[in-house]
Design a protein around this ligand. Structure first.
Ligand code: GDU
Length: 245
């Protein structure tokens, strides 16, 4: 864990971007924020009014930028839409674009890479969470739906309005449920090891997307978790080593 990296990448560099935007008189921005701003909420679904108490540095740095944007709005007349992404997942259904991180840390790509033999096994981070099966619950949203929400956000910016929106599917799946879905979709078993909790992981993060639906007219097109995993599988199967950097 290198907190200074998050400060540098998320705060310093975004502040530089805002400074340059101001100089160039570009005053509209869609900001990729995160569900991590909420920390460990007491209940769910989580709406935008829930307390923001990040439990990890990543969430804290994103919250700082959300707040800077509000000051830029008040002082310099910026318009912003901050989208609090829940768990971005899936791949382009046409097969051209997929998820490729180095190192990979995200659950769905890791599960699929284990199936493909690219990673030896999946470590499930904690089985003692206060959830029905003891593993963490997350709200997975397809990348194309996420992209669609950005287009809707532009329409809000054109009206010179600002806002903060959750971006999720309002449905939660545990780590064990994701493994099961991946096994169903692919027809293969996932080799699993049960490990310790990962520091800073909240037990449950499930969005209320009521505000973005009501105000921006957002409706997800890829709500079904099986379709989300299937689009990811189609891409990983074709690109087992990712983009081969
Ligand atoms: O090898 C792994 C990887 C993940 N998990 C678990 O699977 C769930 C999902 O983990 P991801 O790493 O895929 O996603 P996170 O929920 O940690 O993170 C996502 O949500 C965050 C906000 O909470 C940030 O926005 C981040 O960028 C985004 O990927 C978590 O409970 C995690 O503990 C495992 O058990 N094993």
């Amino acid at each position: 864990m290198q907190p200074e990296k998050y400060f540098e990448e998320n705060i310093s560099k975004t502040l530089t971007l805002l400074k340059v935007m101001l100089k160039a008189n570009v005053k509209n921005i869609v900001f990729s924020s995160t569900a991590a701003v909420y920390g460990e909420p007491a209940t769910w679904p989580i709406n935008e009014e829930f307390p923001q108490n990040p439990t990890n540095v990543y969430g804290y740095t994103k919250l700082c930028i959300e707040q800077c944007l509000e000051w830029y709005r008040k002082i310099h007349g910026f318009n912003y839409v901050s989208l609090r992404y829940f768990n971005a997942a899936g791949a382009d259904p046409e097969g051209g674009i997929g998820e490729d991180h180095n190192p990979e840390t995200h659950l769905i790509p890791i599960v699929l890479k284990v199936i493909l033999g690219e990673i030896e096994e999946l470590t499930v981070y904690g089985t003692d969470y206060p959830t029905p099966d003891g593993t963490c619950i997350r709200d997975y949203i397809h990348v194309n739906d996420l992209a669609w929400a950005h287009i809707l956000s532009l329409k809000k910016l054109y009206k010179e309005e600002s806002g903060i929106y959750n971006l999720g599917n309002q449905k939660g799946f545990s780590v064990k449920e994701i493994i099961k879905v991946a096994e169903e979709v692919t027809g293969f078993k996932v080799k699993v090891r049960y490990g310790q909790r990962r520091p800073g992981d909240p037990a449950v993060l499930v969005a209320s997307s009521e505000k973005i639906q009501r105000e921006l007219g957002f409706t997800p097109r890829y709500e079904d978790i099986k379709i989300i995993v299937k689009t990811a599988w189609d891409w990983h199967e074709k690109n087992p080593r990712g983009y081969e950097r």
